[in-house]
Design a binder for this molecule. Structure first.
Ligand SMILES: *Cc1c(COP(=O)(O)O)cnc(C)c1O
Length: 386
């Protein structure tokens, strides 16, 4: 964008005309199904707080106690003197939970993705990425200067074909675990086989699976029985089902030690506050011990899918907490989202460039914290406004 106020103005105007203008709403309550936003009360179906832990009293207490003990800011990067005992214990517990040698904390998932991909890939290398990967994985590839080839969504044959033409020695297969705007899951077992066959890195971003999938909530790789050998790089975020903030990468000791030496988004940034690490430790305990939350979430998913089916509402092929309704036209999607909002229900319209052109959708997300009645209300509203 050239330094010319007129160009900025016309850009903004164009975005408004195309129904692509974005702005934040101001929430005045904790993250939970019933919220006050811009002064109005809403029943919300758009957060990533899938287990309802963002405002859990035990986690809040752990946060407060740690804040009393350690203060607020970590004050420095991990490798200076910002790495507290709470960070250390959290890393050890995350490694144990995910069945990996080691885990490494990052301040956000976006930064974790940038850090890992840039540490392992460089000019001349090749990244094979699912077409529907999260923006942070796309940016990670761009920043690394490696070449990226995108394969059609979950299309293993297309990926194999790309490998027949590949000449790079260092390759990485990069994928979301649960696709953030579609809700379906990557064929990680097959991806793992291909990665083995080609001696490639496999990196799985399990932002939406961690906490919600697997017997103990350790995520998609637990559900699919993929250990560190079969899926060497696991990245997951702490700001979604875990209800706090931040992210981690888990893998072999060598990988983590290598990342500590080389991942610039680990080295050159302030460590997350120790109280956040303490709160996350409390959250992990709940995630592991309280499988009822996952059961409840799954009941809500089934209830929503069954109800939508009875109403003739077509959903996308997803069994996760992300249950998008594909509309297509951006204008129509925004209109429906506004009508739902006028009836007190918040469901976000997802528009390009978050997703490809002509695939605008309502991204319904469900939480263990919703009630059966909340979901009935959503279905009733969809029956009227879709
Ligand atoms: C949310 C998300 C991220 C980014 O995580 P933050 O901690 O919010 O920066 C990365 N990958 C995927 C798939 C996500 O959904």
């Amino acid at each position: 964008m050239k330094n010319d106020p007129k160009l900025i103005q016309s850009f903004l105007k164009e975005k408004q005309q195309q129904h692509l203008y974005r702005k934040a709403h101001i929430s005045q309550s904790p993250q939970q199904p019933h919220m006050t936003i811009n002064g109005e009360k809403f029943l919300t179906f758009c957060s990533n707080d899938y287990l309802g832990l963002a405002n859990h009293p035990d986690i809040l207490n752990a946060f407060k106690q740690a804040a009393d003990k350690y203060g607020i800011g970590s004050g420095a990067a991990h490798l200076i003197n910002g790495h507290s005992i709470e960070h250390q214990l959290l890393e050890e517990e995350l490694a144990e939970f995910t069945g990996r040698d080691r885990a490494l904390l990052f301040s956000t998932g976006y930064m974790a993705n940038l850090g890992v991909v840039n540490a392992l890939m460089e000019r001349g290398d090749m990244i094979f990425a699912d077409r529907l990967n999260h923006a942070s994985l796309i940016d990670a590839g761009l920043l690394s200067n490696a070449k990226t080839k995108r394969y059609a969504h979950n299309d293993i044959k297309a990926l194999e074909k790309l490998y027949t033409k590949n000449t790079s020695k260092n390759t990485m297969i990069l994928t979301d675990g649960v696709f953030s705007m579609d809700g379906d899951i990557a064929s990680v077992k097959q991806l793992s086989q291909i990665a083995k066959q080609h001696n490639a890195w496999l990196m799985v971003d399990d932002a939406h699976g961690f906490g919600t999938l697997g017997q103990t909530g350790a995520g998609l790789l637990e559900q699919e029985n993929l250990n560190q050998d079969n899926a060497p790089i696991l990245m997951a975020t702490l700001g979604k089902a875990i209800g706090t903030t931040g992210a981690f990468v888990a893998g072999s000791t060598e990988l983590i030690e290598y990342l500590i030496q080389t991942a610039r988004t680990y080295t050159f940034t302030t460590a997350m506050p120790p109280a956040i690490a303490a709160a996350t430790r409390a959250s992990l305990k709940i995630v592991q011990q309280d499988s009822e939350r996952r059961e409840k979430l799954n009941q809500h998913i089934l209830q929503f899918k069954k109800g939508a089916d009875e109403l003739g509402i077509e959903l996308m092929p997803s069994d996760s907490a992300i249950q998008p309704i594909m509309i297509g036209s951006t204008e129509k999607t925004v209109r429906i989202s506004e009508r739902l909002r006028n009836s007190g229900i918040l469901v976000t319209a997802i528009r390009p460039p978050t997703i490809p052109e002509d695939t605008a959708r309502l991204r319904v997300t469900l939480s263990a914290k919703h009630t059966k009645d909340d979901i009935v209300k959503l279905l009733d509203a969809l029956a009227v406004h879709l």
